[in-house]
Design a protein around this ligand. Structure first.
Ligand SMILES: NC(=O)c1ccc[n+]([C@@H]2O[C@H](COP(=O)([O-])OP(=O)(O)OC[C@H]3O[C@@H](n4cnc5c(N)ncnc54)[C@H](OP(=O)(O)O)[C@@H]3O)[C@@H](O)[C@H]2O)c1
Length: 494
């Protein structure tokens, strides 16, 4: 190895919150790399050239892993064509050119098996790239990813850099997107089978937690009614999930290769540490070495979840390319092989998903645990939920403290003007506010938590999720809950 890549090296992981980025960050930490940098998309939008250049000039990373990209399944690729080509071109160009300008010693970039020509012979050898047209359904993404790979190649050729691209197949792992409309195949079937199994067990608490945790897609998130079992069953049926059968898209016949994301992270680190593009050529396939039909993969999932119904294939949906299998001889020759067996990886993923969903506390569980609730912006208008919900809770023995700077008293309860004025210890801050305003509320709550040690939960009753507010609350040890449904009964009983 020519570069001094060591535990103190300054390493930038671009896209660290994503499926691949989070796996590489975890692995680097586990292996003792200490000087790691990363930025949220909200802090650094990688499509903005000036911002990316300023960031590299300031931070001067020595090594770079590129895991930032706009990624999605067939439907997302078809719907957001312009975004798929523009975002991916911009992200690759900005990162690779800034890396060169700031003297990054080495970078690992990612391609994908789906950028090979649709009619290339199988298994896909590296030399088949650009010998034909990519699959129509993901053409914008493929063109942009090929451009990223070629950027690395041409910078190496013109400037003598060492930028290497790895080509993985379909990946799976916990930090994936589980939206049933836009997700990849593995998260989609895992979620469908997990929901079907819960339905089989009449475990509606699990189903509600799942539906609240991950967006569903198909416009179904907006009118989500989790108050009635029959409505939930109806919703699941629309998604092809019933006690008797699960409906999957396509014929089930196409073959796909799946790699655990932890294996890809291992390969990225291995190639960063050990392999120069001078030995490997511009890019290397990183695969699992065998593929499965969609039907076989679904069958494994069925066994893991112990779902007793049938699997039905809906052939009105497209199949995509018939086979995508990588030839991995080059990677093996360079000393890398996958370690995680497909069945074990899926089993581990299912267990992690169950654990994550199990950890969500329902409103009911939270209310049982905490008793003093400050209602921020409690309304004087009895018909508004900002008044109705607190009264419903009061009637059930919760101690309510209204917080409203506009009035002295609401329904006999003394009203406080600011969080600072409330003397009692507070468990829950219940906020009736639009989500755009809720960051200011969370900042106030964090200030109080840091000075008085109370406020354990912020329960936001209205609006779409405000990720910045959520993050700030959670970083300060405050649980952040946001209800998708403001029906009183549901709030209290779920
Ligand atoms: N997933 C697969 O099956 C698969 C297969 C083959 C190859 N790959 C390749 O692996 C790489 C990573 O994919 P992934 O599955 O990990 O995707 P992912 O989970 O969607 O993660 C992508 C990351 O990029 C970030 N990002 C997107 N646009 C950005 C922007 N404008 N500015 C800053 N950050 C931005 C996202 O930030 P937010 O978290 O804020 O959205 C996210 O952290 C991609 O190059 C992809 O082509 C993936």
């Amino acid at each position: 190895m020519t570069f001094n890549f060591n535990k103190e090296s300054k390493i930038y992981v671009a896209g660290h919150r994503g499926l691949v980025g989070s796996a590489i960050l975890d692995l680097l930490k586990k292996r003792g790399y200490q000087n790691l940098i990363y930025r949220e998309k909200e802090q650094l939008d990688l499509r903005r050239q000036a911002e990316v250049e300023a960031f590299f000039n300031k931070e001067k990373p020595e090594f770079l892993f590129i895991a930032a990209a706009k990624v999605g399944g067939i439907l997302a690729n078809k719907t957001y064509k312009a975004e798929f080509i523009y975002d991916n071109l911009a992200i690759s160009s900005n990162l690779i050119n800034s890396a060169y300008s700031c003297g990054v010693k080495k970078l690992i970039n990612l391609g994908s098996s789906c950028i090979y020509p649709a009619d290339a012979p199988q298994p896909l050898k590296e030399e088949y790239l650009l010998t034909g047209k990519p699959e129509k359904t993901n053409e914008p993404y493929a063109i942009a990813k090929i451009a990223g790979l070629k950027l690395c190649q041409f910078y190496n050729e013109q400037y003598g850099t060492d930028y290497l691209t790895l080509m993985p197949p379909n990946l799976y792992g916990l930090n994936d997107k589980f939206n049933l409309e836009t997700s990849h195949f593995i998260p989609a079937i895992l979620r469908k089978f997990a929901l079907a199994r819960a339905l089989q067990d009449n475990n509606f608490i699990f189903i509600k937690k799942d539906l609240v945790l991950h967006p569903i897609g198909f416009g179904l998130d907006y009118n989500l009614d989790l108050t009635r079992i029959e409505k939930i069953e109806e919703l699941l049926e629309k998604l092809g999930i019933t006690r008797e059968y699960i409906k999957l898209w396509g014929s089930g016949k196409p073959r796909r290769e799946f790699l655990a994301v932890e294996d890809l992270a291992d390969a990225m680190l291995y190639f960063m540490e050990n392999v120069s593009f001078r030995d490997s050529g511009e890019f290397v396939n990183i695969g699992y070495q065998r593929d499965y039909t969609i039907a076989e993969a679904a069958d494994i999932m069925k066994k893991i979840t112990d779902y007793k119904g049938e699997i039905v294939f809906d052939e009105t949906y497209p199949d995509g390319v018939f086979q995508k299998k990588l030839n991995t001889i080059k990677a093996e020759r360079l000393g890398w092989k996958p370690k995680i067996k497909f069945e074990d990886g899926l089993q581990r993923l299912y267990s992690s998903v169950l654990k994550k969903i199990g950890e969500i506390m329902t409103t009911k569980e939270i209310l049982e645990k905490y008793k003093t609730i400050v209602v921020y912006g409690m309304s004087t208008n009895p018909a508004k939920p900002a008044n109705e919900v607190p009264h419903y809770m009061m009637a059930r023995g919760y101690k309510i403290i209204p917080l409203n700077p506009m009035t002295e008293e609401i329904d006999g309860l003394k009203c406080y003007k600011s969080l600072k004025d409330i003397p009692d210890e507070i468990d829950i801050l219940d906020v009736f506010r639009r989500s755009e305003d809720c960051l200011a509320v969370v900042e106030e709550a964090v200030e109080r938590r840091n000075s008085r040690g109370d406020i354990k939960v912020i329960w936001l009753q209205l609006g779409i999720i405000n990720n910045e507010a959520k993050k700030l609350a959670e970083e300060n040890g405050i649980e952040f809950i946001q209800d998708k449904c403001i029906k009183i009964e549901y709030n209290i009983n779920f």
